[in-house]
Design a protein around this ligand. Structure first.
Ligand code: CA
Length: 617
């Protein structure tokens, strides 16, 4: 044993001498650069390089103040905290001195080219189009396989393999997206996922400051945002603060064990995040839900560590400032530390007051979801500062409402009415992200039979695009793509037909879509174009009536502009007595936007089975 010990010591001292004798090599600098003139003048600069912790640190700048140099348990890290209050745009040197050797790290402070106030977030006036970049279109086959990256194959027949989609593919189809009539795109994560498997979905980040090279470069990401803006489309970036990928250098060679929960040991989360706000929850239940890891390959970041918190907050501000994105969708929001997430939202919205953030709040009731929204009375005196939450309960209801028969006391549209009667629980019902499906759920058309039921599709799309909230459409829903979660998550994320050269069908073009797809596409497009700039929908109040004759009637109103939706939720024709609706029917007749017909609004209204009317006043 003793002998082995001496051999190890000898190796270590040799190693130590060797690294002291040469200049330190810096492998990572985060953020890669920064700006002057930000509202928060403090900046954390993380330096990663072998044995750098024993270096003496000085800065060459006359106006950048080095406030603090923090060492971690791991000697390969240094965290510099600098004050930029007086800093001018410049490139200064971070000088690391170790014995006689000096390492110089140039660090750039750019001039800001935008004002925080100029960044416009997404609102209920927008409709988001959700895209999984690996599965939408392959605009650049040359980046499908990047040498040196852990997952180095493409296989379009395998649901969990990479398929080759990229930013160029999205850029090539911005005209299609803009023509559809949506006003924003939300991209599933685009940051580097250099993981050995399952890297296509992007939720295991290995470098927070780098776009995955199989999608493109950082500059190409910025270019995509600029191109989208030029076509009137906002861009929402997906971010993940709860966890990262296990191949992230911050985990593999972690600064200290308290950068990750459970002292960097894998403990599985229960996924039962209702415990966060459950007044009866045990401490054990809460801890396992929020500090447990999403999977073993996704270590759970400890945001209560102030260095981790600063690192994550800065990474989000960096992307907003660098690329000019309009919003962030935060993954697994309730799994992270409440107070940290609250602080993050506050800091982002201080820097960019018109920005918007939507948290993934996958909880099964409006009470639980509402807790996470900014100014929730249920969370008081705490405040999440999160402007937008996801209406998962409504998603569940919408996936049944248009199949079931509606009665005055239950089923079908009754459940939508009943749910909307409870909106008082939300601090801001207009800031709810509403959706029929997304990358984690079965598609709205689970099976092919449903894809051929266009009445179901049309009623659902009409409700989605006219009720309160910010609608989100998942790519491919407009062409009736199907997907059943029971067959694996990869099957919910099929390639958009026509996105790859050689595809047999091209659903980006009318000629490539079949009859049903064109009917769904045209209907959706017509509604989206009509919705754009319609203040009654984008800004207006909502008034609705309890179900009568199996029919749901509601009004959206802004100023003297109003819209009334009348939807028959039964498979029978109905004779609707219009007497109760006088207060929302200011005229004796109105035009139905959907059919172009003039509808008489006195006495009784005849509705065909499952017929819907969209009336404008
Ligand atoms: Ca590609």
């Amino acid at each position: 044993m003793k002998q082995i010990f001496f051999i190890i010591m000898a190796v270590f001292s040799l190693f130590g001498w060797h690294s002291a004798a040469r200049a330190a090599s810096i492998q990572k600098v985060a953020p890669t650069f920064w700006w002057t003139g930000m509202k928060n003048p403090e900046l954390q600069i993380l330096l990663y390089g072998e044995g750098i912790a024993s270096s003496e640190v000085t800065l060459s700048s006359p106006d950048v103040v080095l406030k603090d140099v923090v060492k971690q348990a791991n000697p390969n890290y240094l965290l510099l905290y600098v004050d930029l209050s007086e800093a001018t745009p410049q490139t200064f040197n971070i000088i690391l001195k170790k014995g006689k050797k000096t390492t110089t790290v140039p660090y750039e402070l750019k001039q800001r080219t935008r004002k925080g106030e100029d960044i416009q977030g997404f609102t209920a006036e927008d409709v988001l189009y959700l895209i999984m970049p690996d599965r939408f279109a392959n605009g650049d086959p040359s980046n499908d396989i990047v040498k040196g990256m852990a997952e180095d194959k493409v296989d379009r027949t395998e649901q969990y393999a990479r398929h080759g989609g990229d930013l160029k593919g999205i850029e090539d189809h911005l005209d299609y997206i803009a023509d559809l009539g949506v006003t924003a795109i939300w991209l599933n994560p685009t940051q580097e996922n250099d993981m050995p498997e399952g890297s296509y979905h992007g939720y295991a980040i290995t470098d927070y400051y780098q776009i995955d090279r199989r999608f493109g470069s950082n500059d190409e990401f910025k270019q995509l945002v600029d191109q989208a803006h030029a076509k009137g489309l906002k861009v929402v970036m997906d971010m993940i603060f709860n966890h990262c990928g296990s191949e992230n250098y911050l985990f593999k060679d972690r600064p200290s064990d308290d950068w990750f929960n459970f002292k960097s040991n894998y403990v599985q989360t229960s996924f039962k995040t209702a415990s966060v706000q459950d007044i009866h929850a045990s401490d054990y239940e809460r801890k396992i839900a929020t500090d447990g890891w999403f999977t073993q390959a996704m270590p759970d970041l400890n945001q209560r560590n102030r260095h981790v918190a600063r690192y994550l907050i800065q990474s989000s501000i960096w992307w907003i400032e660098f690329a000019g994105i309009n919003g962030i969708r935060q993954d697994t929001h309730p799994y992270a530390d409440f107070d940290f997430m609250s602080q993050w939202c506050k800091e982002v919205l201080t820097e960019y007051p018109h920005f918007n953030i939507v948290g993934e709040t996958w909880l099964n009731s409006n009470v639980l979801v509402s807790f996470w929204q900014k100014d929730s009375k249920l969370a008081a005196p705490r405040n999440s500062n999160l402007p937008t939450v996801m209406d998962f309960p409504l998603q569940g209801l919408m996936n049944r409402a248009f199949d079931e028969e509606t009665s005055d006391w239950g089923g079908g549209l009754y459940n939508l009415y009943d749910y909307n009667t409870q909106d008082l629980v939300y601090a801001n019902p207009m800031n709810l992200l509403i959706f029929l499906d997304n990358h984690d759920t079965s598609r709205f058309c689970v099976k092919e039979e449903q894809a051929k039921n266009l009445t179901r599709y049309k009623q659902a799309m009409l409700y989605l695009l006219t009720t309160r909230g910010i609608p989100q459409i998942y790519y491919g829903t407009e062409i009736l793509m199907t997907g059943d979660k029971g067959n694996g998550d990869g099957t919910l994320r099929k390639d958009f037909p026509g996105g790859w050269s050689g595809d047999k069908t091209d659903c980006f073009s009318q000629a490539g879509r079949n009859e049903w797809q064109n009917e769904a596409f045209d209907y959706t497009r017509k509604l989206l174009k009509w919705r754009k700039g319609n203040d009654a929908i984008g800004k207006g109040s909502m008034k609705h009536f309890s179900i009568a004759y199996g029919t749901y009637v509601y009004e959206r109103k802004y100023g003297n502009q109003s819209v009334v939706v009348i939807m028959n939720g039964t498979d029978k024709a109905q004779e609707l007595d219009l007497t109760p609706y006088k207060e929302i029917l200011p005229k004796a007749q109105a035009t139905d936007v959907l059919s172009g017909r003039t509808i008489q609004l006195s006495g009784k209204l005849s509705l065909g089975q499952r017929e819907s009317l969209l009336l404008c006043f």
